[in-house]
Write a protein that binds this ligand. Structure first.
Ligand SMILES: C[S@@+](CC[C@H](N)C(=O)[O-])C[C@H]1O[C@@H](n2cnc3c(N)ncnc32)[C@H](O)[C@@H]1O
Length: 380
């Protein structure tokens, strides 16, 4: 297969581009088989599901370094590769990046250095809603200088793009961490959110909300969960690590009631707005850490029929696993983007549950990443 992206080999982004897509899928299936066997989980492994393998990503986080704006390299991990195109994100990437680079150069802004912690420009976040073609841009700087907000907005709004820029933020971040911390957040153009459509559901996405990176794939995953749950309208569903509420909102029209739990206050507020915007009334969201929620309020939710869990890459702590076993829902849908923690956690749940089947989803073509769904039923 010919290598398609001009940055392949240099950029640390997608390392599998020189492997045919069919072979990528075979290798991912093989990995799932190996992990299942290592964990001693004997269950049906359904064939991997795949979607568009180019321009699928919903969010990119570029870094500024030494006058460049791009992604950290695959060989020189300390060096940012200046990116001009990204075939897994959007055909608009090059135009947006060029406009940003021209603008910051015209202003002679310095780049932040993550070792000396000196400098001004830190990151550029671009989000894209695949189905509505809306784009959100966020520029992250330290607060040790004045950023020309209007100049930045003008530079971006003048672009002729395939998608439409709906929202622009300036974010102030003086933290020493390499991660983008939203210490200050200012909307400098347009609406506070972009909107994505999953089926008939309209979901707001904020600059700092978690949202699954592959909208086409996630719509399919949710539709499958709905089908496998065989909802009849009487089910009580608990959606742990619910983010902006998407899975619960997707299931709510076929269930009795859904509760969602999320640790970030601003994301919980977006989840409530999403429920309101979609006229969904049989759902409620809790701003809480999952472990605290299960230990303090879990007792009130004893009659949960279906538990949905979609934790961050680190997976579940032993305490959460024990609390889930105490909660004892009839069925668990556990999905994760980290197959290693996924299998460890499933193993922990097998004391009281049988793994009915595992299904994998290639949400991240040309990268080693993979989403897995496990369906667990309570032992009699
Ligand atoms: C992988 S995302 C899943 C979001 C959502 N289920 C979806 O599909 O869009 C994990 C979410 O869990 C939240 N989270 C992380 N740790 C948490 C905790 N200890 N308690 C509650 N929520 C947590 C994060 O803020 C994030 O929104």
């Amino acid at each position: 297969m010919s290598v398609l992206c001009k940055h392949f080999g240099e950029c640390g982004g997608c390392k599998y581009q020189d492997i045919s897509y069919k072979e990528q899928l075979r290798q991912k299936e093989e990995r799932v088989k190996e992990l299942a066997s290592l964990s001693g989980i004997d269950t049906q492994l359904k064939p991997i599901n795949s979607y568009d393998n180019w321009f699928y990503r919903g969010k990119m986080e570029f870094s500024f370094s030494q006058g460049q704006c791009g992604l950290y390299g695959s060989k020189e991990k300390r060096k940012v590769v200046d990116i001009q195109e990204c075939l897994i994100f959007s055909p608009d990437t090059g135009k947006i990046l060029k406009a940003v680079k021209d603008f910051v150069r015209s202003k002679s802004y310095s780049s932040y250095d993550r070792f000396s912690h000196q400098g001004f420009l830190r990151n550029l976040i671009i989000r894209k809603a695949r189905f509505t073609k809306q784009i959100m841009v966020g520029i992250v700087t330290t607060t040790r200088g004045e950023f020309d907000r209007q100049g930045f907005v003008d530079a971006l709004r003048g672009l002729s793009l395939e998608s439409q820029i709906k929202s622009i933020y300036w974010i102030g971040n003086d933290s020493l961490s390499d991660a983008v911390i939203f210490e200050k957040k200012e909307l400098i153009f347009g609406s506070a959110f972009i909107m994505e459509e999953l089926g008939s559901l309209k979901l707001n996405i904020g600059i700092d909300s978690f949202f699954q990176n592959n909208s086409l794939g996630i719509g399919d995953l949710y539709a499958r969960i709905k089908k496998y749950a065989g909802l009849e309208g009487s089910e009580r569903i608990l959606d742990l690590f619910c983010g902006v509420g998407s899975i619960g909102l997707f299931l709510a029209d076929s269930a009795k009631f859904v509760w969602g739990v999320e640790v970030q206050k601003e994301i919980v507020e977006v989840a409530w707005q999403n429920a309101k915007n979609n006229n969904i009334n049989n759902i409620s969201f809790f701003f809480s850490d999952v472990r605290r929620f299960l230990n303090s309020q879990g007792a009130f939710y004893k009659d949960i029929d279906i538990l949905i869990m979609n934790p961050p890459r680190s997976g579940l702590s032993k305490k959460i696993i024990r609390a889930v076993l105490r909660l004892s829902p009839k069925t668990i849908f556990y999905s994760s983007c980290n197959p290693s923690s996924f299998f460890t956690d499933l193993k922990g749940l097998t004391t009281n549950y049988k793994v009915d089947f595992i299904e994998s989803f290639d949400f991240f073509p040309h990268t080693p990443h993979l989403e897995c769904l496990g369906v667990l039923r309570k032992n009699n």
